[in-house]
Design a protein around this ligand. Sequence first.
Ligand SMILES: O=c1ccn([C@@H]2O[C@H](COP(=O)(O)OP(=O)(O)O[C@H]3O[C@H](CO)[C@@H](O)[C@H](O)[C@H]3O)[C@@H](O)[C@H]2O)c(=O)[nH]1
Ligand SMILES: [Mn+2]
Length: 689
Amino acid sequence: MDRPDLHSAFTKINLWKQTQFRKIVYLDADVVAYRAPDELFDLPHAFSAAPDIGWPDLFNTGVMVLKPDIGEFYALLAMAERGISFDGADQGLLNLHFQNNYNRLSFTYNVTPSAHYQYIPAYRHFQAGINMVHFIGSDKPWFQGRDASTGDGPFNDMVGRWWAVYDRHYRRDTNRTISATGASHAGQSAEKVPEIVQHFVQGEYRPTVPYVVSVGQPAPDDGSYHGQPSYPHQNEHNKQHHSDHAQSHHEPHSQHSEGLHAQAHQDQGHEQQHHHEESQTIPQQPSWDAQREPPPPGSRPEAANFPAMHYEMSSDSAPFVPPPRYPSPPKNMWYEVPKERPAPPAAPPKAIFPWETHRPRVSRVFADPPPEPEPPVAEQLETQAPAERNVSDQHPPETEPASGSSTAGHSSQPASYAASPGQTPSSDAWGSFSNAWDAVPQIERYVDKLQQKHRRTKSAGMSLGKLPSPSVSVGTEGNNTGRRSSKVTDFPGDRPSLPVTPAPVRRPRFWGGSGPGASLGAGEDAENNELLPAAEGVPAQSEWDPVAQLQKLAQQQSELLLQKFSGTSNGEQIAGGEPSTTIGIEGKEIPKRPLPFGSEDAKSPTYVAQSPPVHSPTPVKPESGASLAARLQSGHDDSIARTDYAASTTEMEEPSYHGPGAAFEKGEDYLTQDTPALPTEEEQDVLDT
Ligand SMILES: O=c1ccn([C@@H]2O[C@H](COP(=O)(O)OP(=O)(O)O[C@H]3O[C@H](CO)[C@@H](O)[C@H](O)[C@H]3O)[C@@H](O)[C@H]2O)c(=O)[nH]1
Ligand SMILES: [Mn+2]
């Protein structure tokens, strides 16, 4: 940050080893307290801090409430020794350590003004509740001098408060007469401002603007600062300040019941307590200008209802003597030093399917998309993976293989497309766009011929483009048998009228896995279905009992097949290069075998009984919502990822603890394996020598 002045900021971690204290409220030296934030000591949290204005996901380390903890200390020390901090100072270190596991304090405990503060309405809204102000950055008020921050605005308001505190403690008008009644300051003038103060408060001792004696402002008798500035420009400043702060500096809980009388609150002399230097005005009442008039007769005593808390600066002049030694790290302490930067995003997943690496480049653009996509080119077909073919009856032709493509090689021309009449776009589709080929009569004739052929094929009851039955795939694409055979809802003939594909859903693995019985009605289709809209007329998922439907289908299929294949053997020939299409289909009946062990009573997770309420999916293995959620989030568990959570009403439990790491999970033990503890001091000595 180019802040060499922060060279010692890491020493803040010593706060955590002050275990003689139950709780520490730490304030940066550049914090000014508008009131004493006593309540912070009662926070139950181990660590609290307020958001940082520069990056509000972070906390600012200028105000911290912490429970000293020797374990935390050694953890922080381990980081500090490695220089782990994204800003080179304590804020970068502590934010890495506590990350999001901190109790967020209200911003009013660490209001960090800046000269370019944008959110003035918020400041105006909340300013009455400000507890502490923190002058972050290198431009501290004492370097800038009091002339640097005059005028209206939140920043100058707050800088003015800092000077008010400064003046109360250090103002010595040695060579300046502040007012006509300056004689009352004679006693003070004799005192010397400590050199160190003069050194730091450069703005005060090397003023850029000559001070002008102000006449006519009565100086307070006790010499304390009463918000009545002594210099003309300060007067200006404070008048604005005054009006800005109307009704703004009441101590939040104090009752000003006698509000009928505007009051000038006497400052209590301690900045931590009450800064009612400004005359308070109650807006609905005619205001009394404390600077010009005496208090109205009969007004109540000023500040009569203020709490009588009193804070003294410590008068203990004994220097701090650290204890001879601090406790060693706790036994079995396990601490994983957090990574300074988040891990770089994982590389894109490795390509599995051929089309991921050989994706054809899109070269044609149509102004209006045709009703049906253009036919695929042969090269594309050859790279189609079998898994995609399973849904050839649902995918647009673009991603759909022609059946002929399985006999790869002869399909490097449009003919291969036409060999799949099932996918020939309608003539309407062709009419909606044109290309150079349309003018070539030979091509037109060729297409006509194909279409005739297609019609014949159709009438013969064979749909060439459809997926073969399980046994077919054995004959055509041996290595893909497993995948293709999982499809039981494809029929060599017309599709049955039964609704077989309900609204697209994800299905869990246990329903559709690779086991022989489990392949019924699931498999890859579920994934592919996701991309597709629900078909019209298809029943809602909730009404669809796959077990019943599949049995019905199995029966219908056998009947259908028996019917078809008893008479139309030429269907195979028309199939164009797939002579084995029907072999094995006959007599192939989906057996009524039992469901896989353990899932006998299982309903499809997407099947919902007709009676409310809706139930969540029934996993094979019962699992708590929280761990489900965790696995779901991690994205590692495929079976979870495929579960239909949209239908689930399971309440996801929020983890109750966000500790720094798994080893610190609440209620759990440390990792079973011991990580070597930090060396003891004796060991360190040996190591050092
Ligand atoms: O010579 C020094 C310098 C700093 N400090 C102490 O260290 C604190 C931090 O320095 P400061 O100048 O206040 O830093 P900020 O400008 O407030 O910068 C931000 O960044 C710092 C480094 O991360 C954090 O310590 C601060 O809390 C955070 O507000 C000071 O308040 C002092 O308490 C000293 O005691 N002596
Ligand atoms: Mn600071």
